[in-house]
Design a protein around this ligand. Structure first.
Ligand code: DC
Length: 651
């Protein structure tokens, strides 16, 4: 089985732009499909659960297309689906399965819906019972009360009133509410038993209202769906960042010092899971919020404290708290979370088993879990994820206890957040990107900054020089892009301290030759070579930090670097520095020629089509014309401490 090794970490800081909310994405897609008119959806989540919904809509005859900007355009059917017959496979996407079941049951066609084996273990009887009250013809193809389902055309009855149970999943009520406008008749939905996960119903009502159907609600017991002519597209909708996904990053900030800021969801969010931040605050974390962002930091004094919390309103984000409990003093207890048992996996059982691997004492009941951390986290645990994205994401936090950790089947995060682990790595492994013109001294400064901070140092120019040397030795033509890219992707190169090795032999001096410099500049201009080195460069990102020096370190390779420096000096100062260097080495040098060379090189570097020399808008400008190397290093180290508070703690 595939797994991911997370190295030990202690500190987390940085900013994350959240992917689109899953709950909003699949609701908007269904509403847009049923509505009159075309809808432009901005910020749609790109992940498995949304793909399942899009595939289903295609099978149901809905026309949609993705624009280059990422916007999705959906042409609504203005009522029931055009396809009167279809077989739908919906994976493990509950947000697709439940609402589609309801919409299709009221559409008058013949459909079959199925999913992965786990989907067939997740109850749907409460929804089917409710739909049958209106006359829907739904049959269980497997076990009574569970998918797969068959839906047949039926004469609907306008009974005016439907009852649905609310204790197992709020998605049954959501599904019913979203489908009822298809009947055209006014219907009151009564909720039997206690309704769980209430904030999700607020999301549903708010989105339906955007599509022209205003549901009146009396408490959480009755919902009046008006007699309406169906949904009307508002033309364009924007999807907020996923507030459940935000919980992992905010927790990382609370555990790993912070500040960690998430962009895309905040005070104005319609997602209940933004209230996860309040739970963190109750544990002692420092939280700040703006309209569409939230920031979390560790407590000012002491560590996090355990809490007892009713997790009913935030069932998904509450899983994150169960792992944060490993870092809190005392016993953290989450109550009223029975729904965990019927999610992607039995989440109470899965949580208990995996938390114990980390040395925690865990107690569980039918609808609660209590977690007490052990004296220290057990190192080297192999965490099973049960095909549950939230198990994988929440357990990644454990590495912040300074222990290495293995996450089995990490790709299960594709369900809602394919880029999760890259984003997480960004927060726990700080990067400083340094670029600048030739002879600016950026290499010297970068290496010394790395030393001062205890970071790794990547001289990316040396990698291009190594490719060039390998090409010269192998006789590969310098315009053979594919051949050079192959060479770059299998380059037997390594670094040992400040020595560069090729095939195990020391080539530190060889790659600095004039011939090699010219060749390096040529191979570096080939996009396929740059692409081939990308993964190798990114692998340098380590929890202990990295200073990456070179052309596109801040603009491509470590685009997410929290600190980017553009280090420069006047061309005269640079020529003078080079002059001194050469003279010191006992070589001959001429100031006028050096000046001329540098001017030409600057012009070439800036005019290059591929990865030209330029200062990124988000890079700090450091002009070292009147500075010593020591002053420049101190300046960068100071900036790093301001920008990346996580490195304060270790120096
Ligand atoms: O920094 P340097 O002189 O060692 O770089 C060698 C060559 O590679 C030079 O032509 C610039 C180029 N280079 C690049 O294109 N991208 C990088 N990240 C680093 C260097």
């Amino acid at each position: 089985m595939e797994f991911l090794e997370l190295p030990p970490a202690r500190l987390a800081a940085g900013t994350v732009r959240l992917p689109g909310s899953k709950s909003l994405s699949n609701r908007y897609l269904l509403l847009a499909a049923l509505a009159h008119g075309e809808t432009r959806i901005r910020g749609l989540l790109e992940a498995d659960d949304v793909e399942r919904m899009l595939e289903a809509l295609t099978a149901l005859g809905i026309v949609w297309r993705r624009e280059e900007s990422g916007d999705l355009l959906v042409r609504g059917s203005g009522g029931a689906f055009p396809a009167r017959q279809a077989e739908l496979f919906l994976g493990n996407a509950g947000t697709a399965f439940r609402p589609l079941t309801a919409a299709l049951a009221l559409s008058g066609g013949h459909y079959r819906l199925s999913g992965v084996p786990r989907m067939h273990e997740r109850p749907i009887g409460d929804l089917v019972d409710a739909l049958r009250q209106i006359g829907a013809d739904i049959r269980y193809l497997g076990e009574e009360g569970f998918p797969p389902l068959e839906i047949r055309p039926a004469a609907l009855r306008h009974v005016g009133r439907v009852t649905v149970r609310g204790e197992a999943s709020s998605q049954f009520l959501t599904a019913l509410l979203m489908a009822l406008p298809l009947t055209g008749a006014a219907t009151t939905v009564k909720v039997a038993g206690e309704l769980i996960s209430k904030p999700y119903i607020d999301i549903t009502l708010s989105l339906m209202a955007r599509f022209g159907v205003a549901v009146a609600r009396q408490g959480w017991q009755a919902f009046e769906v008006p007699a309406a002519a169906g949904y009307r597209s508002p033309g364009e909708v924007s999807i907020e960042g996923d507030a459940s996904a935000a919980s992992y990053f905010l927790a990382a900030g609370a555990v790993g010092g912070g500040p960690v800021r998430v962009l895309g969801a905040g005070r104005d969010s319609i997602q209940g899971d933004v209230r996860f931040a309040e739970a963190l605050a109750a544990m002692g974390a420092r939280i700040e919020m703006g309209a569409d962002w939230i920031e979390a930091r560790a407590p000012l004094h002491g560590g996090l404290k355990a809490v007892t919390l009713d997790g009913n309103a935030i069932p998904d984000a509450a899983m994150t708290l169960a792992v944060v409990a490993l870092f809190a003093e005392g016993t953290t207890r989450l109550d009223n979370i029975a729904s965990w048992r019927v999610k992607e996996t039995d989440r109470i059982a899965a949580m208990s088993t995996e938390l114990r691997k980390l040395g925690a004492t865990v107690e569980e009941g039918s609808d609660w879990i209590a977690v007490t951390p052990g004296p220290s986290l057990a190192p080297g645990a192999a965490i099973d994820t049960y095909d549950d994205h939230r198990m994988a994401m929440s357990f990644s936090l454990a590495c912040l206890g300074g222990v290495a950790l293995r996450i089995n089947d990490p790709k299960c995060v594709n369900k809602t957040f394919p880029e999760y682990f890259q984003e997480f790595a960004r927060l726990v492994a700080p990067v400083i990107a340094i670029d600048g013109p030739a002879a600016s001294g950026k290499g010297t400064v970068a290496a010394r900054v790395a030393q001062a901070l205890g970071f790794h140092y990547l001289d990316s120019g040396a990698l291009y020089r190594l490719v060039a040397l390998a090409a010269l030795r192998a006789g590969t033509a310098l315009d053979d892009e594919a051949g050079l890219a192959r060479l770059a992707s299998t380059l037997p190169a390594a670094f040992a301290g400040d020595r560069a090795l090729l095939d195990g032999a020391d080539v530190t001096e060889a790659i600095r030759s004039e011939e090699c410099s010219v060749a390096a500049s040529r191979v570096a201009a080939l996009p396929a070579v740059r692409a081939a080195l990308l993964g190798r460069q990114r692998a340098w990102q380590k929890p202990s930090g990295l200073v990456a020096e070179g052309r596109d370190m801040g603009s491509v390779v470590f685009l997410w670097a929290p600190l980017k420096i553009y280090l420069t000096a006047s061309v005269e100062a640079r020529a003078e520095r080079r002059y001194k260097q050469l003279i010191e080495k006992g070589m001959s040098a001429n100031m006028a020629t050096l000046l001329q060379d540098l001017r030409e090189r600057d012009a070439r570097d800036s005019a290059r089509a591929v990865a030209p020399l330029q200062r990124n808008a988000d890079a700090e400008l450091l002009d070292t014309t009147a500075m010593t190397v020591e002053e420049a290093v101190a300046w960068v180290v100071d900036k790093a401490r301001q920008r990346m508070p996580q490195i304060m703690a270790r120096s």
